[in-house]
Design a protein around this ligand. Structure first.
Ligand code: PLP
Length: 377
């Protein structure tokens, strides 16, 4: 086993774990319900609705995303950020298809789908490109500026596609990129998305947990312009894998896109609570809300905030050590718990350094490369 919770494990991204999460996961395993509809296990659905609202309030999400606001919005626990990105893409695709069909009844579905185009930055996670492939649409990688997607670059890409007769429908804004934990300008991109009727999905897989701390919420500026938002409590909020929190302002696009209604899944209470089978790709789903409930109740907001701040301080300390040592340099600004650093000089020296570190079998790290500059992270 590669021990992801060893203090010497620094590869990929953190994965969360804690005593209450494990107890809740055991309980979920023991209860062993499959909560695909409300009637299939009402507590499984209702606790999820309640926990997603608690969590949304902890992050100070716009109330449009919360079920308790009384509007259309609400949250769901997906397995991974990759699924959330794909589900949002499919919802956006269904929405645009309906709009374009109404405008051009003479166009068939095949023609419209051939014109659809989505956007993300060149720093977006590979799962975004994959969602494009799985969703059968073109996805454009837009050049980032200082690793962040800016509104004007997104706007130029959209305008060029419109001029070429294509139909922009979806854009992913990343808050906390995998390579360097950079933050796309949600405020700018959200404005552009709204102007062009392009669905904005926010992928904050890792960094989203930090938004429980008010001092990091400035990165969320513009969230009211987004259509869907996702982060992984299973990365950094002490809930073990899998627990990927996703909110939708108007879930009906996703619900309708996936709606297949055989008799054996219908029930009398349809419509009074979400039937989460419509919000996700599989039918079956575990009682994952228990993990969130136990973690939130046992630690409370302040302890979870302290956990995030402690990690950010570790990163700052390590970043300061790199800067203080004349052999090293930072390859990107230190953001959240991530430090991107390298030996001054060429890539080969850094490849050799990482090989030596990992080769000792003590510390484990992975590299990244931005603009052909190789670094350790
Ligand atoms: N998005 C970002 C920004 C990520 O950093 C990652 C994983 O590191 C993902 C998406 C994919 O996450 P998941 O494994 O939950 O699909």
């Amino acid at each position: 086993v590669t021990h992801w919770h060893s203090p010497k494990f620094h590869a990929y991204f953190p994965t969360a774990n804690s005593y209450p999460a494990i107890v809740a996961d055991m309980l979920s395993g023991a209860i062993a319900c499959i909560g695909f509809t409300w009637i299939a296990s009402p507590a499984c659905t209702e606790l999820e609705v309640a926990m997603m609202d608690w969590l949304g309030k902890m992050l100070d999400l716009p109330s449009d995303f919360l079920a308790s606001s009384g509007g259309k919005g609400g949250g769901v626990i997906q397995g991974t950020a990759s699924e959330s990105t794909l589900v949002a893409l499919l919802g956006a695709k269904a929405k645009k298809l309906q709009e374009v069909k109404a405008e051009h009844p003479e166009w068939d579905e095949h023609t419209i789908i051939g014109k659809l185009v989505g956007y993300c930055s060149d720093q977006a996670h590979s799962s975004v490109e994959r969602a494009g492939l799985l969703g059968g649409i073109k996805l454009r990688s837009v050049k980032s500026e200082n690793n962040r997607l800016r509104g004007d670059a997104l706007e130029k890409a959209i305008e060029k596609d419109l001029a070429d007769g294509l139909i922009p429908f979806y854009a992913v804004v990343t808050l906390g990129t995998t390579n360097s934990c950079a933050f796309d300008r949600l405020d700018e991109c959200g404005e552009v998305g709204n102007k062009h009727n392009v669905w904005i999905h926010v992928d904050a897989a890792y960094a989203g947990s930090a938004f429980i701390c008010p001092e990091y919420r400035h990165y969320m500026k513009g969230m009211e312009r987004a259509d869907s938002f996702n982060f992984n409590p299973h990365k950094w909020m002490l809930v073990n894998f899998d627990c990927s929190a996703m909110w939708l302002k108007d879930p009906s696009w996703v619900v309708n896109a996936f709606n297949v209604d055989p008799l054996y899944l219908k029930h009398d209470m349809q419509g009074s609570a979400p039937d989460y089978r419509h919000w996700q790709i599989p039918l079956g789903r575990r009682f994952r809300a228990l993990k969130l409930w136990f973690v939130l109740r046992l630690y409370g907001v302040e302890n979870l905030q302290a956990h995030i701040r402690r990690h950010c301080n570790f990163a700052k300390q390590f970043g300061d050590l790199c800067v203080a040592d004349s052999r090293f340099e930072l390859a990107a600004e230190v953001n959240m718990g991530l430090v991107c650093f390298r030996l001054k000089g060429n890539n080969e020296r850094n490849e050799a350094l990482l090989k030596r570190i990992n080769g000792r079998g003590n510390i484990h790290m992975v590299p990244a490369k931005i603009n052909d500059v190789y670094f350790l992270r």
